[in-house]
Design a binder for this molecule. Structure first.
Ligand code: BG6
Length: 501
């Protein structure tokens, strides 16, 4: 039986997009499952002068697709309270404290508290220090901080931020969100690796030729120009999500499948990634920016033509690169990564490309050689695995033919499976930290990314471009071709064949 969790949530940035799209629906799903029931309350704060009633209407609107009936929605929403708040004004924390104390009594919550920072990062440090100085956190029961990205904008700023927040919260109570770590198939990476001897035995430089991680998005910059112009694809996706996934793929087997042991191995893997010199970073990392393009009879603007974007912006909307890991298991195996906006298709997938068998055996009798085996992990939108093999073509002659074993989760399973944010919030309620980024991981990731950013800043070059709805600039293809390799996943070919691209 599910035991309901007692907690007062305070969400900073309660009127924002993230809160509406992800947090409220996730809290509602937890409520439906009974994880939250009677003894919880949520204070939403932001600058806008909303009333409780208006806030509750916003909550109901955000969960409309999930509700069974209006009564249920209204009951859930009645746990939400709005407090208009200027994050820099000490007075407001006094009001916040009063409201929190009252709600804790009204809902018999004890002193369990979760603070969710879902707003612009320049406010993070100020909010956290006020929580302490105004005695909103008092060291009673659990007091946990959930913090959204970006965690700093380079190692220096991230270190300063970390120093600030650790004055109020110990590392064990800081939950740095990387929502990819809440995704079912990211969590599945360890199951595939360590649960199957066929893979675990081959998971090394002797059998693996290269690993490719693609995080493709078909959306453009949307309404996030202000953030994206200073972030760009490298900081937006590689510093956090991609390096987290890479560490899960590359780490050694943890002694036990427990938080501390997994974390230790992930940190070791990140530390073993070669840190480039600026010259090498330039050769190994390719930025790109989308220009206008047509897809399926629709015209799409270029990045520089989007609202809020500088006409001469050099922000990268795409990045492809290559990491190496300097340890016994991975020496010499490239980990190729790529991500970008306005690529051909939304798709997150990992391709593990195994080495080829000795060709001679088959070459003598037929003109087809064995293709390398490829294990693909589909993260989204579909979830599953495939393994490509070589078999014999039916018939008199001995002719090799490629085969594919596939397992994709059915839509019905997917719609019932918990959403990433739902899982992560429940982890926080349970004090489980395995799916959050530890400071040591964040710091190492910045170290690796800073070199690439510095290289791009110090050796400015014309940014390579790609047409909207293609898979990136040609330099990103050359990165692999120079070494006799290619990107395994080519969604653009599918659309070209059908005349849509
Ligand atoms: C976010 C990035 O972290 O991840 C966005 O800031 C990106 O730019 C998003 O669109 C992608 O997440 P998902 O879950 O839609 O793949």
């Amino acid at each position: 039986m599910i035991k309901e969790k007692y907690c007062l949530f305070t969400i900073f940035g309660a009127t924002g997009d993230l809160a509406k799209r992800k947090l409220y629906p996730s809290l509602f799903r937890l409520y439906k499952r009974g994880e939250l029931h009677k003894h919880f309350a949520v204070i939403g704060t932001a600058r806008r002068p909303w009333t409780n009633d208006f806030y509750r209407q916003v909550i109901i609107k955000s969960i409309l697709e999930l509700i069974e009936n209006e009564k249920q929605a209204a009951h859930f929403a009645s746990h939400f309270y709005y407090q208009s708040h200027d994050a820099r004004d000490t007075k407001h924390y006094i009001t916040l404290k009063k409201l929190g104390e009252k709600l804790k009594k009204d809902y018999y919550i004890n002193d369990n508290q979760i603070f969710y920072l879902a707003m612009a990062p320049q406010f993070f440090a100020g909010i956290v220090s006020h929580l302490k100085s105004q005695h909103i956190i008092m060291g009673k029961e659990f007091e946990r901080l959930i913090i959204e990205k970006p965690f700093g904008s380079n190692l220096k700023t991230a270190t300063i931020l970390n120093k600030e927040i650790t004055k109020s919260f110990p590392e064990k109570d800081i939950f740095r969100i990387d929502h990819y770590l809440g995704k079912e198939m990211i969590q599945n990476i360890s199951a595939v690796r360590f649960g199957n001897l066929v893979f675990e035995a081959l998971w090394n430089k002797k059998y693996i030729d290269n690993i490719q991680i693609t995080f493709a998005e078909s959306i453009g910059v949307e309404n996030r120009a202000e953030y994206y112009e200073v972030s760009g694809a490298l900081k937006d996706m590689v510093q956090n999500h991609i390096l987290q996934v890479l560490s899960l793929l590359a780490m050694e087997a943890p002694k036990r499948f427990k938080e501390k042991e997994i974390r230790k191995e992930k940190i070791k893997a990140l530390r073993a990634i070669c840190k480039y010199t600026e010259e090498k970073a330039l050769k190994n990392f390719i930025p790109g920016q989308y220009v206008a393009g047509d897809f399926d009879n629709q015209h799409f603007l270029g990045y520089r033509e989007e609202i809020g974007i500088a006409k001469n912006s050099t922000t990268e909307t795409f990045v492809a690169g290559k990491f190496f890991i300097d340890n016994e298991r991975w020496q010499g195996v490239p980990f190729y990564v790529r991500t970008g906006k306005r690529l051909t298709e939304k798709g997150t997938r990992i391709n593990i490309i195994f080495k080829k068998v000795a060709e001679n055996l088959f070459n003598e009798q037929n003109n087809r050689t064995a293709l390398p085996n490829v294990l693909t992990i589909y993260i989204q939108p579909t979830e599953g695995f495939s393994l490509s093999l070589n078999g014999k073509e039916i018939g008199q002659n001995f002719q090799l033919t490629p085969l594919k074993l596939q397992y994709r989760n059915k839509a019905s399973i997917l719609s019932n499976s918990p959403e990433a944010y739902e899982k992560l919030i429940l982890d926080v309620l349970n004090g489980k930290r395995a799916n959050f980024s530890h400071w040591d991981e964040v710091a190492r990731s910045w170290e690796l990314i800073d070199v690439i950013c510095n290289a791009w800043d110090n050796y400015p070059q014309k940014i390579p471009t790609y047409k909207a709805y293609t898979m990136g600039p040609h330099e990103a293809f050359e990165l692999l071709e120079k070494q006799g390799r290619h990107w395994e996943w080519k969604p653009d070919e599918w659309y070209i064949k059908r005349g849509k691209l």
